[in-house]
Design a protein around this ligand. Sequence first.
Ligand code: UD1
Ligand code: CA
Length: 464
Amino acid sequence: MEKGQANKIAAIILAAGQGTRMRSEIPKVLHKVAGRYLVRHVIDQCQGAGLDKIIIVIGHQGEQVQEALGQEFLYAWQREQLGTGHAVLQTEEFLNDVEDVLVVCGDTPLLTKATLGNLIKRHRETEAACTILTTNLADPTGYGRIIRNEQGNVVKIVEQKDASEAELAVREINSGTYCFKTGVLREMLHKIKPDNKQGEYYLTDVVSLCRENKLRVEAYLTTDSEEVMGINSRVQLAEAEKVFRKRINTYWLENGVTIIDPENTYIESEVRIGPDTVIHPYTFLQGKTTIGKGCEIGPASTIKDSKLADYNVVANSIILESEIGSRCTIGPFSYLRPGCKLGDQVKIGDFVELKKTTVKDGSKIPHLSYVGDAQVGSKVNIGAGTITCNYDGEKKWPTIIADSVFIGSNSNLVAPVSIHEGAYVAAGSTITSDVPAEALGIARGRQVNIPDWVKKRKKQKERK
Ligand code: UD1
Ligand code: CA
């Protein structure tokens, strides 16, 4: 590489394989762990390690992978899966301005940016042609083995299927993550041949070719063998989920969040939580959820793609795609469907369902209500059993409830309808037209008491 050019390094992510052992219609790299695609975790860590040029090799169900990940990356097609060496070769057109490449598999979601960074650093410091990320495994079955000479230098990688008895006994394995000098890699990739048990073009053969050409090969041995775990089956997917859960929960524990039972608390990787928030067991925090400080969340609650400010209490409830102010109490057993927006000090109580509804500061919907497509002002009290009848069988209609309104229990508000500021609705009313400000809306049959009705009935029966 000429002087003056930046030390440009690109990541090549291999994601063309089928992943037969998942037994799935979904491409392997699009299975999720901690709420994110396997390959997305790999991309995140590459970006975290400072790699801005990301080339993804796609093949099997490639359109689906490309669509899921979007257009911010470069894609190289491998139409036939002829091996890892052949896969990397398909990226050639993107490598002209690149000094080094990091090759990583799309199914190793546990790799961290720290380890990738260390691998790149070792590669640069030693000026090696190739640097391999390796680890020692108690059971190396299935992996390529790292073969070293008497001086301890790496001479080649032997695949399980091609290995001798002695080679099979080696416990140092190839993680499938490497750095290469781009020029060397391109030259060697054109030389590799599929003369092995699997008839594939092995990327790993670049290592022995480098040695034959007296080029330096380095290994960066990590002791954290958990990181290099590839996902080939659902059993491994579940194991990875567990590792992520532990990593994520430990991170939050170290950053001021109390998690009562970390093994039974499920926080996805994009969630953010403020200090002094307490999370009770069987709580699922998903998607792009943000929780402020001093909140009390759970038990048994699901919050997805929602934003909660500070000092809220949420128990046994579900909140989806909604925004909550501060000092609200939600639950037990509330269900906030997408599009809700609560102000501060709002109370949503037991067995209340809200949909696409705004509730302003200090209002209360304490029990057994359905409020949908509604705008509720501040300091409103909605009595138990109130229903907004928002659907006429064809269309949805809005209900407007202004500030300081009081809705008596068991009322039906037939939308479109407005209850103006400070108005009262008598309990048990079915309101079909607007109630003016400060008025009482009452819409129910008047009560009639029939004196001595019971006595009269008894007598009637006796006569028969
Ligand atoms: C590979 C390594 C092995 C290493 C192991 C680590 C080779 C020859 N062997 O073996 O030394 O221990 O990874 O997990 O490289 N892929 C393609 N196109 C292909 C073939 C594979 O994109 O034609 C992708 C797969 O989707 C996968 C990755 O490359 O993401 C690894 O392929 P896989 O078949 O799993 O390689 P292994 O046999 O596990
Ligand atoms: Ca593999």
